[in-house]
Write a protein that binds this ligand. Structure first.
Ligand code: C5P
Length: 413
């Protein structure tokens, strides 16, 4: 097979894990595409995946022996899964069955694919494939959320005809799409190498007394997805985040937990100075109680006097020198006009507008529908997308922004 040295995959080392789903029959084609692009491919197969595709087919196409167990029966030697786990530039689990995803989420380790997964510090991608109702089952979504929050990138299943005859979501991403996603990862990997990004996320809690606070429903997901995307592009991230159940971990993400807007302001003031890009995705509480009661308030009915919190983005952006500033707006009426005013008064370079009139979008949701407005007042609308895709789109818009390109040139020097 002739390989191309013009592909971004040329010379890349790819570790592929195949688990037991009917979609495993498509993996020889994927392996062929990777080899054709000049990548080096090693494959691990679970026992049940071998019912759907033969190790001989995979080893022939991958030009490497396939790993199926902890021991190599032919050589009577132990396979070093730790070495394997860190041999590659990327680990792709494709197809990922409900069983394998569940084990990945809960740390089970009863085959060499899982042992390798647990030992790996590589960027990990996972392409789920299963029947519709298994995919829709709450435990599967929870397991996907768990591994996603630990940094595994999910190549979301597609809607289509399933092996069971049902129609719906659960079909493994088309192999060409999987291939493009992996190619894209490498294309973008070093685009923001060495850059520093400040991201704010989540709500803030403004204490009334030791047990009560003023807060809001923000989950912190959007900011976390932005932090993750930036890190995947090689940037060092300071993620300043209010109370959130959304966990994120990546070697390039420095997560700083805060509670109140004042604490967020303090940390951001320090981090902003070093930042090349600052993304203010936090839903900062506009108000805080005028006074904090050290004792739990006992009255049946209380009146809370409030005072305004510092506007973090406005105060910092007024002092910006090299920073490219992105803000968010959540509006219920005159959305675009209000967002444009915000962009101007808060000295932002880009604003991401969420509308409270969109159902299924924004707070607490995995999805978001946004309008992005830049400093030339050009407006772009996007469909309802996962927050991961919205984060990708925000970075796309940053990277093509003329102000950013100019700043980027001077930062590069
Ligand atoms: O004025 P509004 O709260 O709608 O502005 C939203 C934008 O300003 C968001 O980017 C948010 O993170 C930021 N903000 C802030 N500090 C505040 C309030 C909002 O940084 N006190």
């Amino acid at each position: 097979m002739k390989s191309s040295n013009s592909s971004v995959l040329f010379g890349k080392k790819l570790l592929i894990g195949i688990s037991g789903s009917i979609a495993a029959y498509k993996i020889p084609e994927l392996v062929r595409l990777f080899i054709k692009s000049g990548a080096e491919v090693k494959v691990i197969m679970t026992k049940s995946s071998q019912d759907f595709v033969s190790p001989l087919t995979i080893s022939t196409l991958s030009l490497n022996e396939v790993v199926c167990d902890f021991v190599d029966p032919k050589k009577n030697t132990w396979i070093n899964h730790v070495e394997l786990a860190n041999w590659a530039d990327l680990f792709l689990i494709v197809p990922a069955s409900a069983n394998t995803i569940s084990k990945m989420a809960h740390g089970l380790c009863d085959n060499i694919l899982l042992a390798t997964f647990l030992s790996s510090t590589l960027p990990i991608f996972c392409a789920p494939a299963m029947d519709r109702d298994m995919y829709l089952n709450q435990s599967t979504s929870d397991n996907l959320d768990i591994i996603r929050s630990r940094g595994v990138q999910i190549l979301d299943a597609e809607k289509g005809e399933l092996a069971s005859g049902l129609f719906g979501k659960g079909r493994m991403q088309d192999v060409n799409t999987v291939f493009s996603n992996i190619e894209n990862f490498f294309l973008k990997q070093n685009l923001l190498n060495g850059k520093k990004i400040l991201v704010t996320a989540g709500p803030t809690y403004e204490k009334i007394d030791p047990v009560r606070f003023i807060g809001n429903f923000s989950s912190g997901k959007m900011g976390c997805e932005l932090a993750k995307k930036g890190a995947e592009m090689g940037a060092e991230i300071d993620l300043v985040i209010g109370p959130s159940n959304y966990n994120i971990s990546h070697p390039l993400i420095n997560k700083i937990n805060i509670l109140s807007a004042d604490e967020m302001f303090e940390i951001c003031s320090e981090k902003f100075k070093m930042a090349d890009i600052a993304i203010f995705a936090a839903a900062v509480s506009d108000f805080k109680p005028a006074e904090y009661s050290k004792q739990k308030i006992k009255e049946k009915s209380i009146v809370i006097n409030t005072k305004k919190n510092k506007d973090i983005v406005k105060l910092l952006s007024a002092k910006k020198d090299k920073q490219f500033v992105v803000g968010f707006a959540l509006e219920s009426n005159n959305e675009t006009t209000n967002a444009i005013n915000k962009l101007k008064t808060k000295n932002m370079d880009l604003i991401v507008l969420n509308s409270l009139n969109d159902n299924n979008s924004c707070f607490q949701s995995d999805k978001n529908k946004v309008r992005i407005i830049d400093n030339n007042l050009s407006i772009k609308d996007f469909p309802l997308m996962s927050k991961n895709d919205v984060a990708e789109e925000i970075f796309n818009q940053i990277l093509i922004n003329q102000t950013f390109i100019e700043l980027f040139k001077s930062i590069k020097k």
